[in-house]
Design a protein around this ligand. Structure first.
Ligand SMILES: *Cc1c(COP(=O)(O)O)cnc(C)c1O
Ligand code: SF4
Length: 315
């Protein structure tokens, strides 16, 4: 992460693309942050590269819209305190850190007040007490930011603490780190995965088949071998993966690695990201075509997150 690229200008220079693609105004609001391991999978000289388009800033982000919100999915209203969010029955989401290993320009949490999230063991102790006190909770989701930006020592402690709560049956980790820096799936990470007292689910965030190279495949296999269930959620993004072919290639690569496509999310209407929007009809057509060409377990559910609903909303 120390070596990551931190400006659109540097990113374009490295890929031999005209810097007109980046916007310093957009970057003042949400800085560019892209690890080299991810940049190395981009095609040189191609401003339309599907990986580049997820992380390069653009003038479109500075356009303001009446339908876009700062907190489109109602995260603020769902806070129980101690960085714990609850929207749905039986499962809570814990904001473990504000840091991510990559800044995705379409991110719905780009305006989340991470300073209020708990920090380190002292902060998490309060979150753990909240979970301990509510016996209706049977699943804890570690999210952020990205939990895998934390040290293994902290994660291993957190997994042990959560695993020791009798009524928690499953632990889930939502992460994009293995997508951008697959080497993060190292031996010390695999150790706490193997040792977890409760079944561990990883929900990855791959959007495009080009993101999955040899090194990524190796990391995914290692997680599966360590006993984790690995799922994927993608976001439907205009000009990046909004075609049957792009989705099909992604799903095939995933299932061949025993990673199950879980959700295909419609973009959350966050301020600064509306240029990535795809219509619900176009999304539904893509998934319908996938259903005809892939095994049932290889087809993701097309959903949108609407604030105040009891689950993600199927489309
Ligand atoms: C999306 C989400 C979940 C997980 O929902 P699933 O449908 O179980 O994947 C849990 N909590 C919050 C706050 C969420 O936004
Ligand atoms: S890794 Fe996830 S939380 Fe972080 S910027 Fe990307 S989409 Fe947002």
């Amino acid at each position: 992460m120390k070596r990551a690229i931190r400006s659109g200008h540097d990113l374009c220079k490295r890929l031999a693309i005209a810097p007109a693609l980046s916007s310093s105004q957009a970057e003042a609001d949400f800085p560019v942050f892209v690890p080299l391991e991810y940049v190395n999978r981009m095609r040189k000289g191609d401003p339309d590269d599907p990986l580049l388009r997820q992380v390069a800033s653009s003038h479109d982000e500075t356009l303001r819209s009446d339908v876009a919100l700062l907190d489109p999915v109602g995260d603020l209203a769902a806070q129980l305190g101690g960085g714990v969010l609850q929207k749905y029955e039986r499962r809570v989401l814990l904001i473990t850190t504000g840091a991510c290993a990559v800044h995705c320009r379409y991110c719905f949490r780009r305006h989340f007040p991470y300073e209020t999230a708990p920090k380190g063991k002292t902060g998490w102790s309060r979150s753990l007490r909240l979970i301990e006190q509510d016996r209706s909770i049977d699943e804890v989701i570690l999210s952020g930011g990205d939990p895998l930006t934390l040290a293994d020592e902290s994660l291993s402690w957190l997994i042990r603490q959560i695993g020791a709560i009798g009524h928690v049956q499953r632990i889930r980790i939502h992460t994009r780190v293995p997508v951008v820096i697959p080497q993060r799936v190292c031996e010390s990470l695999l150790k706490w995965v193997r040792e977890s007292a409760k079944p561990l689910f990883f929900v990855m965030h791959f959007n495009h088949a080009q993101e999955i190279d040899h090194s990524v495949a190796k990391s995914l296999r290692a997680l599966v071998s360590a006993g984790a269930t690995v799922l994927n959620q993608a976001v439907l993004l205009r000009g990046i993966n909004d075609s049957v072919e792009a989705q099909k290639q992604l799903c095939l690569k995933l299932i061949n690695l025993q990673v199950l496509p879980y959700y295909l999310h419609q973009l959350d209407l966050v301020q600064g990201a509306l240029h990535y929007q795809v219509t619900d009809q176009a999304g539904a057509k893509i998934v319908e075509a996938l259903r005809a060409q892939l095994p049932g377990y290889g087809v993701p559910k097309l959903v949108r997150e609407l604030a105040g609903q009891q689950s993600k909303t199927p489309l």
